[in-house]
Unconditional design. Structure first.
Length: 131
């Protein structure tokens, strides 16, 4: 899985979202950089994946993780016909996780070893179903 002399490009992030009102967007729409993302855990629901303007709320069940292709998925896995996942995060809970923290999540981001990562303009511009 890891090549000798090449640092691994798998990142585990603990993400804190600011406290906002229920229904507010706390993570604006985007494609993740890299090859794919695995959402491992979250304090409350809020992840939405799907077309801009019509995202689907994702139900994260205990003991499961959520896999979705990132911007470079096709570059890393050209044989798999999965589009990159446009997604955002909203505040679903009536109350914050704690004062100043709307919610938290643990996410794994994986990049292809030879992959060039896109800039923020590319990942924050909706490209439709062809991605």
């Amino acid at each position: 899985f890891f090549r000798e002399g090449i640092p691994p490009r798998v990142f585990l992030r603990f993400i804190k979202y600011d406290e906002l009102q229920k229904g507010d967007t706390i993570g604006t729409g985007h494609y993740d950089k890299g090859s794919f993302t695995v959402a491992i855990a979250e304090s409350t629901p809020g992840l939405r994946i799907g077309p801009q303007g019509a995202p689907v709320e994702i139900e994260h069940k205990d003991g499961t993780a959520i896999f979705f292709p990132a911007d470079g998925f096709k570059e890393t896995f050209p044989q798999l016909p999965l589009p990159s996942a446009w997604h955002d995060v909203i505040q679903k809970a009536d109350r914050p996780y704690r004062p100043g923290v709307g919610r938290w999540t643990i996410v794994c981001f994986a990049d292809g070893l030879d992959q060039t990562l896109p800039d923020d303009v590319r990942t924050h511009t909706y490209r439709g179903k062809e991605c």
